[in-house]
Design a protein around this ligand. Structure first.
Ligand code: C2O
Ligand code: CU
Length: 444
């Protein structure tokens, strides 16, 4: 299939030699002595920006841009990013979401590094093994700082990227505006944005959900192929139409289509009434109208694409297995009425931490009994989906870094413990993580 390898690489979870003994987290750094192939600087500072509608946001931004600058590199390059903190009285640290970096480069303050204080800098170095659509965001008080704008795209090109005529990255976010509203937008476009593409041209949309809830999209006027999930290429993607794409917080979908001779429209259909006035309209001359679709069925990646061998699978011998049941408790805590998000009945720091030994093959079962989606993000590892709601994966292998376990769902995933350190494992909805759904994965 022509799109294989278009926008993502497979993560093969290869075996690495067991370290043996105890390793200090700070020793698990990226290459420190070699010359970097790419150097970037990101300066975090406050900045007031204007949305397309004219509403203003008192944001926190990298380099004054919202989203932050797109870092585009090639797979295997040694990347160096210097982060400077010019925020007003707040610490910062940057996490490379979707890239399995060495532990000390992972950007989790208090776990893998000390937070960067105002006026301070920190240098990150890593050599990405993976390709595809990834992103970076602040991991200091993530629920606040990421929502204020401290995030951007990290796009890693494979050695032979499939050529397209338009390669557009779109972040679905909601902004807290200065007039007190919460405004959903694609980037800064909180109303319909128009772009041009000529009939016959190939268009790739890299959709990122940088928001705090699941977003559903429709693409009207064309069939399309889903070419990558969380930056991992789908093998043999076939055209689909009339399906909504549900992307969990933190997740990425790459979709591709050939521009037809009429306009195409991307719509975020969560709030269908309001969504009519937002989204992206692509046409040859930048004009035209399209009435958005409201597909009734959701695109399911698990029976999609062509099966291929994986380094492990449902029949492998797992050396660790763990079930995590997600739920919520409602009641009075510290004199306030709150919701607590729990894993096996417990909230962080009592939630069940995961301890592994290097080389372990770990199977996790996620069951969501609560009334909200939980996009579970494991740092430092990609997981292979074994089954969704009891049905095994019959299509292309599905490798994810963020598994959006929707209400009532049960997913089984597996990963190879091949990246020693202490890693976060949490719901990517910041408020859920803060109120309980946060765990550590550590190597013994
Ligand atoms: Cu994208 Cu721990 O986060
Ligand atoms: Cu959650």
């Amino acid at each position: 299939a022509p799109a294989d390898g278009a926008a993502g690489g497979h993560h093969d979870g290869g075996e690495s030699a067991a370290a043996g003994g105890t390793t200090s987290v700070t020793a698990l750094t990226g290459p420190r002595d070699e010359r970097p192939d790419r150097r970037f600087t990101l300066v975090a500072a406050e900045k007031t920006v204007r949305l397309a509608s004219g509403r203003t946001v008192r944001a926190w931004a990298f380099d004054g841009q919202l989203p932050g600058p797109t870092l585009r590199v090639r797979q295997g390059q040694l990347v160096e990013v210097t982060v400077r903190n010019e925020l007003p009285g707040a610490n910062v640290a940057v996490h490379w979401h979707g890239v399995d970096v060495p532990n000390a480069e992972d950007g989790v303050p208090g776990v893998t590094q000390n937070a960067i204080r105002p006026g301070g800098t920190h240098v990150y170095r890593f050599r990405p093994d993976e390709s595809g659509t990834h992103w970076y965001h602040s991991h200091q008080q993530t629920s606040v700082q990421q929502m204020k704008g401290l995030f951007g795209a990290l796009i890693i090109d494979p050695p032979k990227p499939a050529p397209v005529d338009h390669d557009w990255y779109l972040a679905m976010h909601s902004w807290k505006t200065e007039d007190g509203a919460t405004v959903p937008a694609l980037g800064l476009a909180d109303r319909l944005e128009r772009r041009r593409a000529a009939p016959g041209e190939r268009v790739r949309l890299r959709l990122l959900n940088s928001d705090r809830l699941t977003h559903e999209f429709s693409l009207t006027g064309t069939s399309f192929r889903v070419t990558a999930l969380d930056g991992n290429a789908v093998r043999g993607p076939t055209p689909v139409s009339d399906r909504k794409l549900a992307i969990g917080a933190g997740g990425r979908y790459d979709v591709e289509f050939v521009m037809p001779d009429r306009p195409v429209r991307l719509t975020e259909i969560q709030d269908f009434v309001g969504a009519r006035d937002r989204g992206l309209l692509i046409s040859a001359d930048g004009r035209g109208e399209v009435t958005p679709d409201l597909p009734s069925r959701e695109f399911d990646p698990t029976p999609y694409g062509t099966p291929a061998p994986t380094p492990f699978g449902p029949g492998s011998r797992f050396t660790r297995t763990k079930t995590m049941v997600f739920d919520n408790e409602i009641g009075f805590y510290d004199g306030r009425f709150r919701v607590t998000w729990t894993v096996n009945g417990m909230a962080f720091p009592d939630a069940p931490n995961l301890t592994v030994r290097e080389g372990d093959l770990v199977r996790l079962r996620f069951a969501n009994r609560s009334h909200f989606d939980h996009p579970m993000h494991l740092h430092g590892h990609h997981v292979l989906v074994l089954s969704r709601n009891g049905r095994p994966v019959t299509g292309s292998p599905v490798w994810l870094d963020t598994v959006n376990v929707r209400v009532g769902e049960v997913w089984e995933v597996a990963f190879r413990a091949d990246n020693p350190g202490i890693w976060m494992d949490h719901c990517h909805i910041g408020d859920h993580a803060v109120l309980g759904m946060m765990m550590h994965l550590s190597y013994e």
